[in-house]
Design a protein around this ligand. Sequence first.
Ligand code: G6P
Ligand code: MN
Length: 445
Amino acid sequence: MRLTILGGGGFRVPLVYGALLGDRAEGRVTRVVLHDLDGGRLSAVARVLAEQAAGDPDAPEVTVTTDLDEALRGADFVFSAIRVGGLEGRAEDERVALAQGVLGQETVGAGGIAYGLRTVPVAVDIARRVARLAPDAWVINFTNPAGLVTEAMSRHLGDRVIGICDSPVGLGRRIARVLGAHPGEAWIDYVGLNHLGWVRGLRVGGRDELPRLLADPDLLGSFEEGRLFGPQWLQSLGAVPNEYLHYYYFNRETVRAYQRAEKTRGAFLRDQQAGFYEEMRRPDAAALTAWDRTRAEREATYMAENRDAAGAGEREDDDLSGGYEKVALALMRAIARDERTTLILNVRNRGTLGVLDAEAVIEVPCLVDANGAHPVTVDPLPGHATGLVCAVKAVEREVLSAAESGSRTTAVKAFALHPLVDSVNVAHALLDGYTAVHPGLAYLT
Ligand code: G6P
Ligand code: MN
């Protein structure tokens, strides 16, 4: 079984490789091909992987290449985790938006639109190449904004592309934990778009345990989302939102916290990772130790401004391990070995949410087996959530259409229609600001 990782010089590749090392079962991944545009980053990550594999005779063999077509030929799975414009681009996405007084997060609001506009053309090119060179491969997309990018790729790959995110899994795990339920035995009733979903129930043995949580302010205050949103707001909603909804429900506060921050998230990660890759150029560097130190610092500071704005304090130790690699591995295992399982994934809607068309990519629990991911039937969302989901999906569609046509007018429409952009004038200023700094947006005319 051969796995190709696009963005193979990326910082989180060792997480995926670590998960593969722990997989001993028949049909596991035996070859990993790392592709990246930057050979230096590939060498750095390859050093970390080599240290991870040391002393393990069965470790998956690793090769690196900067040739995309070569990387794709013969792949069974393609894991796409690219970052168009790099972390410098992410920092610019934030800076330009904050200068206009709106949010520049990489997946939410103006920042997500800017990042989407420069990522979609690249993702579409990859999808076309996969369809030609590895038509039987499954593509797992982690590239943010993950829902939008998955939808762009699905137009060329159909249901062979599946988007993943670890936020819903983490949320489900935390709710199960505070309710004393085993995450493996709980059914998480979650639906929405990527970074825009709600847990409406958690069923164990046929009983919905969520009302017990919502009725108990102490329990509500005992986990990340409870502290971010506050017990009262969760009780009002009657649901627990994905952490990224903090940017919507507390928009002023998060914008202010980001404006006050010494460095935005993108700028922090840009500098932090530059230090790591620089260190990897030293022949005597302890690669795995340096990587792990950098990873731990990244995890600890995740969404720090939001927690700051909410007075939510530090992250809990249990929340620091992520889960990104676990979702990816579980998905690959289910498909490759026909090991039936349920995972929350980004797939085409079919008829799941009646308010969206069949092609719209949504985030929803899916049954997964060798035939791919099949969304399960869910209850409709309440009006307020439907409103947000439809508004944001409409924005995503404008982004896809601007990426296809190269129309600035359509790109302005995408910004202007977003619920977190409060004026058409701001939308114009955002597009001007972004095209001035991003070479990847030169196609917009
Ligand atoms: C969560 C999100 C991902 C994001 C990751 C890292 O897992 O669901 O979409 O890529 O956090 O966020 P960071 O701010 O550290 O890049
Ligand atoms: Mn995510």
